[in-house]
Design a protein. Structure first.
Length: 322
């Protein structure tokens, strides 16, 4: 052990350095902001999972509504954020079409809101009419119109249930209709909800659809939002492949082969008679095109099988050949 003695100057320098370093610097760096008015905030990774879940819902809903309305429908997810129920209600137009959704498994309610700019074009489409672009709608939805919308809303809830099936089985049911956001008090004003905003475009017309899900439901399902939702699957499972093959197996395709030979004038075509022979400048060993649903997919050669003509496929058509 060294027996060196520190000088007074060295001792003063040590205490001077200690005084210059803030004592609470490390503790302040570890502090995180906390909002006591909203104690049940949802983690960002769970919000990303909910965002991915409703992207799948938007794609499925676009197909379902296109088939139901017999029109081309585009559905785009706009945003997923957490708000208080009061803030969510204040963001909704008045009047509008609000549906209270029951969630039997959780003994709670969610909200589905359809803007008038979306509801009335859908009603006109269902009734065979047409809405001009730029039309404004500022009246309430009548009870008869609510009954007409019932079928479409059930389609929305069916696709929403299928989207949430990856996390939990939730049976959404229609409990009540309302036109004024302030009159539907199913949650406390300061209770947090996850607000999902979706744009629905039908031709040149578009409108917003908003879904409000209580944050407590997300908290209860927190363990089921694992990392499989944070990234898309890179490879389908064998079960999924068998399911897809079983769906496409009964599909019927139009297959034909074409011999691309010389052209023929209309005059010569009109002069054709039984017994005439057409000479095609097409060598027997030359490959022919195999067309599937009007798209050239294979090359092949003509063969004979049991006194019938057949085509033996030789290779695929390269993308650059089309």
């Amino acid at each position: 052990m060294s027996d060196r003695v520190l000088t007074q100057q060295e001792i003063d320098n040590v205490f001077k350095n200690l005084r210059e370093v803030p004592q609470n610097e490390d503790q302040a760096g570890k502090a995180q902001p906390y909002d006591f008015c909203r104690p049940d905030r949802i983690a960002k990774d769970q919000l990303r999972s909910i965002h991915l879940l409703h992207e799948n819902f938007a794609r499925s809903l676009a197909s379902s509504l296109s088939a139901y309305l017999r029109a081309y429908v585009m559905v785009n997810l706009v945003s997923v954020e957490q708000l208080s129920f009061m803030e969510f209600s204040q963001c909704l137009p008045s009047p509008t079409c609000i549906v209270s959704l029951g969630m039997l498994q959780f003994d709670n309610n969610a909200l589905l809101e359809l803007n008038p700019s979306l509801v009335f074009p859908i009603l006109e489409t269902l009734l065979g009419g047409r809405v001009a672009a730029g039309a404004k709608f500022e009246r309430e939805v009548t009870e008869i119109e609510q009954a007409i919308l019932d079928g479409m809303i059930r389609i929305i809830l069916k696709d929403l249930k299928e989207a949430w099936r990856q996390v939990a089985v939730i049976d959404f049911s229609i409990e009540a209709f309302e036109t004024e956001p302030q009159l539907l008090q199913i949650l406390a004003p300061n209770e947090a909800v996850v607000a999902v905003s979706i744009e629905v475009r039908i031709g040149e017309l578009s409108g917003m659809m908003n879904i409000g899900i209580p944050s407590i439901i997300i908290k209860m399902l927190g363990q089921k939002f694992d990392q499989q939702w944070s990234a898309r699957k890179t490879e389908s499972s064998e079960t999924e492949q068998r399911r897809v093959f079983s769906l496409v197996r009964p599909t019927r395709l139009l297959v034909d082969t074409r011999l691309r030979g010389p052209t023929l004038s209309v005059q010569n075509l009109l002069n054709l008679a039984p017994g005439d022979v057409l000479m095609f400048d097409y060598p027997a060993d030359r490959t022919i095109d195999v067309v599937i649903n009007r798209a050239r997919k294979f090359y092949g050669h003509v063969h004979g099988v049991n006194r019938k003509r057949a085509v033996m496929l030789t290779n695929f058509v390269a993308p650059d050949d089309d």
